[in-house]
Design a protein around this ligand. Structure first.
Ligand code: FES
Length: 160
């Protein structure tokens, strides 16, 4: 791909960081922050422009859980599996969400509405078990409340 075809954003980021140490990770961070993931085509362009093997880029992308390789769902569900939440049954919530949404952790529902993730401690252990949808924290969550929580985010079929 020629420079002319490279999206302006990637070009600008490469230009911004090209002479700086650790530029690969800084560019990846900016792309992740802006898009919510790092598309494969972008990784390929970066590889060419920075003269870094694509395999090296994927090493970085897969090492840090912060980076996502696929487009995230509209709403991100983060189930806390930190010690306090785990002991209070977060695993049961996670299993139920997987079943309701028919996805595994790290996956997005086919309709693009939800992305399911596991996190370690959201900093409110007194409310365990805790889950977060986008920026909203739900504490002392019971399995029976999950469909109602999901329905607030547009999962119509979950209202039953
Ligand atoms: S362990 Fe879940 S909020 Fe701390």
């Amino acid at each position: 791909m020629t420079d002319e075809k490279m999206p302006d954003e990637v070009k600008a980021l490469v230009e911004k960081w090209k002479d700086k140490k650790g530029n690969l990770i800084m560019v990846l961070h900016e792309l992740q922050n802006h898009h919510g993931y790092v598309p494969r085509e972008t990784a390929l362009e970066l590889s060419k422009k920075l003269c870094v093997p694509l395999a090296r880029i994927y090493e970085v992308l897969t090492f840090y859980s912060y980076f996502k390789l696929n487009e995230p769902g509209k709403h991100r569900i983060s189930v806390c599996m930190g010690t306090a939440c785990y002991l209070k049954g977060a695993g049961i919530l996670l299993d139920e969400l997987k079943q309701i949404l028919n996805v595994k952790e790290g996956e997005t529902t086919p309709d693009g509405l939800f992305h399911l993730d596991v996190v370690r401690c959201l900093g409110c252990c007194g409310l365990a078990p805790v889950l977060m949808v986008d920026e909203k924290i739900y504490g002392k969550v019971q399995k029976s409340e999950l469909t109602e929580i999901l329905s607030k985010y547009g999962r119509e079929e979950a209202k039953v």
